[in-house]
Write a protein that binds this ligand. Structure first.
Ligand code: G6P
Ligand code: MG
Length: 220
């Protein structure tokens, strides 16, 4: 049996990826930069400042901005995002997640969160899930974001368990790299095209079944 399940938040627990996209789009529009949902795939699992840099890189006239201005733009995006977050509630938990969390806890296995978002705790509270997590690692606690393994290893270190006894669940290519880099068993939610490097993969969260995951983990 694994000792810990460590979950990514955005795109695994709830579909905030769409809200991040809407907030970035609003900011990009104001700068006359065009982004679409395809481009947004590249921002999944990537920190706020790094995402801003990727967007600004699309516009030749937005190079060499001062750090102060970049900070202001990132804050503006976050204000849009936090506005959108006010609308989420328990009904926005992705299918199958609540049942999976309950089963893991029933088995006495640690449950951790490893998120690149500084809004992670707020999102979990809005979803009514904060009590389901024994430990939460967010962007504020790590020096290197995903794909570096630190976000995941921090949670495992807190629990005092070996990395190869942990299962990390992710929806982003950079997140799967972080889980694999930590020496953990990676479970991915999403397309085979983007997430072929995961140890085990499903298309949707509703297919995340505890026993099937344990079986895959055991044969690895
Ligand atoms: C997650 C999301 C990213 C987001 C990042 C930072 O990894 O997948 O799209 O940019 O968190 O989120 P934050 O809420 O701190 O801006
Ligand atoms: Mg994610």
């Amino acid at each position: 049996m694994p000792q810990a399940f460590i979950f990514d938040l955005d795109g695994v627990i709830t579909d905030t990826a769409e809200l991040h996209y809407q907030a970035w789009k609003r900011l990009a529009d104001s700068l006359e930069i065009t982004i679409d949902r395809d481009f947004n795939e590249k921002l999944k699992g990537i920190g706020r400042m790094e995402s801003l840099e990727k967007i600004l890189a699309l516009a030749p006239d937005q190079q060499n901005l001062s750090q102060e201005l970049k900070d202001a733009l990132a804050t503006k995006k976050n204000d849009h995002y936090v506005d959108l977050l006010k609308m989420i509630n328990e009904e926005d938990i992705l299918p199958g997640i609540k049942a999976l969390l309950m089963r893991i806890r029933k088995e006495g296995i640690h449950v951790g969160l490893a998120s690149a978002s500084k809004n992670a705790k707020y999102v979990l509270s809005e979803l009514g899930l904060i009590d389901q997590f024994d430990y939460i690692v967010d962007a504020a606690q790590v020096s290197k974001g995903k794909p570096d393994p630190e976000t995941f290893t921090r949670a495992a270190d807190y629990f005092g368990v070996d990395y190869n006894q942990c299962i990390g669940i992710e929806d982003a290519p950079s997140g799967v790299l972080a889980v694999n880099g930590a020496g953990m068993f990676s479970v991915a939610v999403g397309s085979a095209e983007a997430l072929g490097h995961a140890h085990y993969r499903v298309d949707q969260t509703s297919q995340l079944d505890f026993d099937t995951i344990i079986e895959a983990y055991s044969v690895e």
